[in-house]
Design a protein around this ligand. Sequence first.
Ligand code: SF4
Ligand code: SF4
Length: 459
Amino acid sequence: MNKVCAAGTGSFLEEQAEKLDIKITDFGKIALEADKPARLGDRCTVFMESDLNAHQQSGVKKESLISGLAYSIVYNYILKVVGKKRIGNRIFFQGGVTNNKSVIAAFEKVTGKPITVPPHFDVTGAIGAAILARKTIKGKETKFKGFRRSAASYSVNNFTCKYCSNQCEIRSVKIEGEDKPLFYGGRCERYEVEERKGKGKNIPNLFKERLNLLLGDFTEELPDGRPTIGIPRGLMVFYQQFPYWRTFFKELGFRIVLSSSTNRKLITESLEKQQAETCFPCGVMHGHVYDLLTKGTDYIFLPSIIDSKAEKINPTKNYNCPWVQTFPYMARAGLRDNEAVKKLLIPVFHFKYTGKILNKEISSYMSEKFNISKAKTLKAMKKADRTQTEFERKLETRGHEVLKDLPEGKKSVVIIGRPYNTNDPEMNLHLVEKLINLDVLPIPIDFLPLSEENIYKLH
Ligand code: SF4
Ligand code: SF4
C-alpha cells in the first residue's frame, strides 16, 4: 500500500470520510449502525468513488454509504490482492486501517473467520523496516535520531505549494532542537527528500522534449475574428495526433485553443461530471471538455478515431480501444441538456490507411459542417500529414541519439503505456520527475524504432 495507488488504504477512507463530512475516527462507529451497506463494487477506489457519488446523489443514507465503503475495501482486497490464493484460518490484520473497526467487522463477515489484530498493528511495517535496516547497516553509524525524539515537542504548519498546478497542501513539522523541518503531503518529492536534491541534474527530461516536439510551432493566439476550435489536452487527439490537427485546422483558417494542462481541480470536476464509469484517462477528458467550454471556444473537436495509421508492410489492425472510439458520445450525453452540446464536433475517422477512405471522411465532414471545398481540405490534410510524419521522425531520431549515448553507470528505463498516460505528469503522478530524481533516465516508448519491428504475424 502506498500513496500512488489508493486501493485499500486509510488515505482513501479518510478522503471519503471528509467528503461525507464525518471524522475518520467516527467512521467505524457510524458504519456499524447501518442496516444495509450500499453496494459500491469491488473494483479499484477510483470506481468505488464514482459509485459512491452516484449512490449519494440518489439519496442513500450516510451510514449505508460508509459501511458499503468498508465492505468494498474488503471485496477489492480479496479479489485483487488475495486472488486465487487460499485464505487460511488464522488471519492477521495489520496497518493503520486496522484502526477502523468496521473494516475488521467486514473482513470477519466476508471470510467467516476471526481476525487477529496484533498490538502495535499500525506500525508493524515500520518495525519490519527497522529490522531490515539494522541487518543492512550492520553496526555502521546512522542518522537514527533515537527513541527520545518522540518526547520532543514539535509544531506543525500548513502551506499550499504553488510551484505547479497541483497546489499540494504541505505540512511542515518543526521539531524542537532540529534546524530543518520535515515535510510531507506533496505529490512530488520537492520538499521531502533533501538528500536526493541535485540528483538527476544531468539527465535530460525526454518527456518534456517530446511535449515540445508535439506542440511544435503552436502558440495560443489572441482572438482575431477567426473561428476557434478547442482541442482537449488528453487521449490520442492531443498526445498522439496534435501535430496533425494543429496544422490541419490552422491551414483551414481556425484559431486553436487547447484545454489547460491536467490538474487536480480538473480531475475533481471530471469525476463529478462523468455520467458512466470509464477508465481514468477518459474520465479526465470530461474535465478538459468543460475547461474548453469555460474558455468559450466556438467548437470543441472530439473525433471518434476508430483505428490508427499502419505501415503498408506492417498492416496490423491498429484498432483503438472502444473507450477512445466512444468517449465523444459520453461527453455529448453529459451535455445533453446544455446548449453547449452544439459546439461538439464528433466526426468518425479511420486512420488505418491514410488515403482514399480518410480523404473522403474528412473532406465530406468539413464540407458538410463548414462548407469548405474538398480541394482545400485535401491540401490541409497533406500538410498535416507531413507535420505528423516529421514529428514521429524527430521522436525516433532523438531516440536513436539517446540509445547510442545512454548515461554510463546509470539506469535507463523505457516507460511503456499509452502516450496520454505516460506523458501527462498529472495522470502518472509525476513518474518521470520521480525517476529523474532517483538518477534514472526515463525514455518515452515512441522514442524507440518500433516501426522496424514487424509484428504482423503475431498480431
Ligand atoms: S506536485 Fe510538487 S511542486 Fe507541485 S504543488 Fe505539489 S509539492 Fe509543489
Ligand atoms: S486503452 Fe486507454 S482509453 Fe482504453 S481503457 Fe485503457 S486507458 Fe482507457
